[in-house]
Design a protein around this ligand. Structure first.
Ligand code: IVH
Length: 677
């Protein structure tokens, strides 16, 4: 190769690299190299162009190098966490939402009034005002810690720097969505995939002057901490802050019935394309803030709100092949490999077929012409088959009864639905390589060990290179070997080392969630951690005899039923699972689960409930006890302080046991008195 060819090759390689890192930064919001490394790469490209002018004629860097790299902004803890929303995709999901909140609040007749607001597809930020003055501005970050982007936020037009009103709370935290309008986006020359990414990129600019050149707009939609609390409804909050010169969305509407919910949804969907900003659904919020307060949050999202997404974009394509995928719980999911097709701006080449029954019901075959749809971040799905286009010689698809690892798969019998599960599963746990790899991806994920720099792709790569085969391998990585791999430099290795080291100290609830026992999600992991309290107690589950005794007590815990205890039993009956978890524990410092001591009516008290209450559901009673510093137990023991007895069908045996142990009994009327006192 002559020298010129060599230079062109080198130049193209560097541009490819830069594009890759732009993508990590702008599209995935997950930069893989430091600012300095990025700057060096950019400089090298400039230098090559300076010394070899013919490179400029190749026109490869147009719109590419202008964008500044990520800045590591200061991380600041949110005054109250910035949660996400759970999703509804159809009216039945919305009915479920209404049913759940009515059950929780023990409402039977009245409709609960909701406020329907457009869900702006932008970047969320929170603004903190002290005595009316804007003092802090944070990005969402991981929900608990945000990035200090105040100076960039200050550049947004119409965002109040000072609230000029006498009646403002001393502390006011306004949550908003920052966006770039569709028309402004058209005029932007940078290489962003969509307005949302452009808004994210702009907000995270190093230099606020650069941000100020990009026409960012915002809608304020909610509040975080407010002291003193002066608002009574979400609607009133929005009207008030709009008087204080915040921009709020004009399309919010009060709805009360499920008909209204659907009507508003179709109306906004219809006018959606005429709006100058992207929305991807409506957020339905309970309007009454005291009801919001009663409902509270689950670990990730408020119970009082839901995002009802617009129906997805659809496209027609053809199935090239049907393969199977093995999930971390062993679930076998059939996947259609399709002719690549663009759906809603994204190229799709895989679509899920859900399960064996779905393939049978729709009689889906290889070679079929199908309609697929993609909704939000969810995996595209196969909607229907056009049988008129089917080849006469096509044959029904025979579902493979073996896992990719070669072992038999089974369908479980569900005790709660009394039916065979629709999903086929491989039950080899960590002994199946395909499950093991997925479990590893779960372990490093954000909600679990949260190891920065060790994402799904890296797990795949490290697995293939035999660097990680089981969870404990994460903590004895061969960094010398990694150093030799493409894309890894001293800085990224050091960052990985730090992230791995940091994750070695983990709380018991996160640990329980991380090991991936089926039916044990974040909520249940917390309940279990509250029960076991320490690693020592939790590891007693390893012993089959002791396990049986523990499981009997666990069934009484609120939230834990037979489905969960059977699953825990299955998990620890598998010798490989136990060995793997033991090895992992040896590398960790697992912190005891401490429920934060909250000052309240039940501080440091242990309560148990039996029977139903007139004014509230059991879930609400439990959440009230916890909000007041109490701990809710599931079985009667000497540890218990109070047995709270609801009037509707309490268990006599429990009341007798409590009496024998001299545990104080609180009747429903006394419970109500205590709460109102
Ligand atoms: S309310 C979860 N209202 O959607 C806390 N969110 O998926 C309550 N968003 O982080 C959120 N428009 O960035 C709410 N009218 C709206 C919204 C909205 C956009 C974003 C927001 C939030 C995300 C949750």
């Amino acid at each position: 190769m002559n020298e010129k060819n060599e230079i062109v090759k080198n130049y193209k390689l560097k541009i490819k690299n830069l594009k890759k890192h732009n993508k990590y930064y702008y599209e995935k919001d997950n930069p893989k190299i430091s600012d300095a490394e990025y700057d060096t790469l950019k400089q090298e490209i400039f230098d090559l162009e300076k010394n070899n002018k013919y490179l400029i004629d190749l026109n490869l860097t147009k719109n590419l190098v202008g964008s500044a790299p990520a800045k590591r902004f200061k991380k600041i803890k949110h005054l109250s966490p910035m949660l996400s929303l759970s999703n509804a995709f159809n009216i039945d999901d919305m009915r479920d939402f209404q049913k759940k909140i009515s059950n929780f609040l023990n409402y039977t007749k009245q409709n609960i009034v909701l406020l329907a607001e457009p869900k702006i597809d932008g970047i969320s930020a929170t603004l903190i005002y002290e005595k009316g003055k804007l003092v802090k501005g944070l990005s969402r970050g991981d929900g608990l810690y945000g990035e200090d982007i105040l100076e960039n936020l200050r550049t947004i037009k119409n965002l109040p720097q000072k609230i000029l009103s006498k009646d403002i709370p001393n502390l006011l935290e306004v949550r908003c969505e920052v966006y770039i309008s569709k028309s402004d986006f058209k005029n932007l020359k940078d290489n962003f995939a969509n307005p949302r990414n452009a808004a994210g990129g702009s907000l995270r600019q190093k230099d606020p002057k650069v941000t100020s050149k990009i026409p960012l707009k915002y809608f304020a939609y909610g509040f975080g901490s407010v002291k003193p609390m002066i608002f009574k409804t979400q609607d009133e909050f929005l009207v008030t802050i709009s008087k204080w010169n915040f921009i709020t969305n004009p399309l919010s509407k009060i709805v009360a019935s499920i008909n209204d919910v659907e009507k508003q949804h179709s109306y906004i969907d219809k006018i959606r394309s005429s709006l100058d900003y992207d929305i991807d659904g409506l957020v339905y919020k309970i309007n009454d803030l005291s009801l919001q307060q009663r409902l509270g949050n689950t670990s990730n999202s408020p119970r009082w709100a839901i995002a009802y997404k617009f129906s997805a974009e659809k496209a027609i394509t053809r199935i090239k092949d049907i393969t199977i995928q093995v999930g971390r719980t062993g679930a076998i999911t059939p996947v259609a490999k399709v002719e690549p097709v663009t759906v809603g701006g994204v190229i799709v080449s895989n679509a899920t077929l859900h399960n064996e029954d779905e393939i049978k019901r729709k009689d889906i075959r290889i070679g079929d012409t199908i309609q697929i749809q993609r909704a939000g971040d969810v995996i595209p799905q196969v909607l229907s088959v056009d049988k008129s286009k089917r080849d006469k010689k096509s044959k029904s698809f025979i579902f493979p009864y073996k896992c990719l690892c070669g072992s038999k798969t089974t369908k479980e019998y569900s005790k709660s639905t009394k039916k065979l599960d629709a999903v086929r599963r491989c039950i080899k746990g960590y002994s199946c390589d395909f499950i093991a790899k997925e479990k590893l991806k779960h372990i490093v994920s954000k909600e679990a060990f949260d190891i920065d720099g060790l994402g799904k792709k890296v797990i795949e790569q490290f697995w293939d290179l035999n660097l990680i085969k089981k969870p404990s391998d994460i903590f004895s990585l061969n960094y010398d070997k990694i150093k030799k791999l493409e894309g890894w430099g001293t800085l990224s290795i050091n960052n990985l080392k730090k992230a791995v080291e940091k994750s070695q100290t983990i709380s018991l609830d996160k640990f329980i969630y991380s090991i991936g026992i089926r039916h044990i999600g974040q909520e249940n992991a917390k309940i279990l951690a509250g029960f076991f309290n320490s690693k020592k107690e939790f590891t007693k589950l390893f012993d089959s005899k002791i396990r049986k005794k523990i499981l009997i007590n666990l069934v009484d815990l609120d939230g834990i039923g037979e489905t969960q205890t059977d699953s825990i039993d299955n998990f620890f009956s598998n010798e490989t699972n136990v060995t793997i978890i033991r090895d992992l524990i040896n590398k960790l410092n697992i912190k005891n689960y401490s429920i934060q001591n909250i000052d309240g009516k039940f501080s440091n008290k242990k309560l148990m409930f039996t029977g139903g209450f007139k004014n509230m559901s059991r879930s609400e009673a439990k959440s009230i006890a916890e909000k007041n510093g109490g701990k809710v137990l599931g079985s009667i023991s000497k540890k218990l302080d109070f047995l709270v007895v609801g009037e509707s069908k309490p268990t006599k045996r429990k009341i007798e046991q409590a009496k024998q142990l001299n545990i104080k009994i609180i009747l429903e009327k006394d419970w109500n008195k205590i709460l109102n006192s």
